[in-house]
Design a protein around this ligand. Structure first.
Ligand SMILES: *Cc1c(COP(=O)(O)O)cnc(C)c1O
Length: 336
């Protein structure tokens, strides 16, 4: 089950869905509205709405577009029970085991399960849970979640689903019937950059052009707020990407960027449309060359560490419509 929420982690669902469709058994997306969008793009396979329905309108859409739904709350069970559906429905019953976000409490599961099974249009029930820290070196919580899930589902013989990317990579015994890869499917790693498996090849390469090159003298300050001041004479390049494109303003001086076969470092604050890099030690930079913000040459996980965030957040923010997307080869989308 390919997880494609937040516009396929910022890659653009309309570009990727047909490539993904060749290799997966279904796609999971957060909201009913997103699931309807995926149907309208033309995907005919299994589409699961991970946060389920909030009201009768959502439930009608699930029925009309033949979506599958998560049920994580007794209120949803009650709403389903008083609704007549036109099509057979598959329900993913989400069980709380340690994340404390969405999911039925252990004590609520049995009643919900039997009610749902008794609904005339419910065809299948799949039992699921979600890990809170399966990427962590501390394995205690994930082990507890697996144990709790095993205890709660023991009375039922339904297919199960536990694992996100880190669960798939680090917890083979939690693979079960359905897995739900998100980040790893786009070639991102839930672990630290140093622990990244080479098999994870980034799908997205984000690039931006060098707009200008200038020389600075000692004492010259760079960018808004002058957070970087030249210690001696130096050369910088202005790269045409900024927080208005999703390149975070929080990135500090010294963030790496790949420019004409060499790693360079940012100087000064990221502005809305541009950012500066130190090219004093780089003889081969010219206006018009494209810098790589992240991609195969520079892992998005590394940039995420500098921004003190998660690679998913950086990728998701690539939903900005002013970023031009170019599909290169069968499986690559280039972002400018
Ligand atoms: C987002 C999500 C996933 C995918 O998570 P990754 O860590 O990106 O692989 C899987 N399952 C659920 C329920 C999710 O919300």
């Amino acid at each position: 089950m390919a997880v494609v929420k937040a516009d396929a982690y910022g890659h653009g669902l309309k570009y990727l869905w047909s490539y993904l469709a060749r290799d997966v058994d279904g796609m999971a997306i957060a909201r009913v509205s997103e699931a309807v969008y995926l149907r309208e793009l033309g995907y005919k396979g299994i589409v699961l709405a991970l946060s389920g329905f909030d009201d009768g309108d959502d439930l009608q859409a699930i029925d009309e577009y033949k979506l599958q739904t998560v049920i994580h709350h007794p209120r949803q069970v009650a709403l389903l029970m008083k609704t007549t559906l036109k099509h057979p429905l598959t329900v993913w019953l989400k069980i709380e085991t340690g994340m404390h976000r969405l999911g039925l409490e252990a004590a609520e599961v049995d009643a919900a399960y039997h009610q749902i099974k008794a609904h005339p249009q419910v065809e299948n029930v799949i039992l699921m849970t979600h890990f809170a820290s399966s990427e962590s070196k501390d394995v205690t919580l994930t082990q507890k979640q697996i144990d709790a899930f095993g205890r709660i589902i023991a009375p039922y013989s339904e297919p199960c689903s536990l694992s996100n990317s880190a669960g798939i990579l680090a917890w083979p015994k939690a693979r079960q019937q359905w897995v739900r890869p998100g980040l790893m499917m786009y070639g991102g790693s839930p672990f630290t950059p140093a622990e990244k498996q080479p098999v994870l090849q980034p799908v997205m390469r984000l690039t931006a052009p060098v707009k200008a090159i200038r020389t600075l003298q000692a004492g010259d300050a760079v960018g808004y707020g002058g957070t970087f001041v030249a210690k001696g004479s130096m050369t910088i390049a202005v790269v045409g990407v900024g927080y208005g494109d999703g390149y975070p303003r929080a990135l500090p001086n010294g963030t790496p960027m790949w420019l004409n076969a060499k790693m360079v470092k940012t100087v000064g604050r990221v502005s809305m449309d541009s950012v500066m890099v130190d090219i004093s030690d780089h003889d081969n930079v010219a206006v018009g060359q494209r810098a790589v913000l992240w991609g195969p040459e520079l892992a998005v996980e590394t940039v995420a560490e500098y921004a003190k965030t998660d690679p998913r957040e950086l990728l998701c923010k690539m939903v900005m419509h002013r970023i031009e997307r170019k599909i290169i080869g069968d499986n690559n989308v280039e972002h400018h």
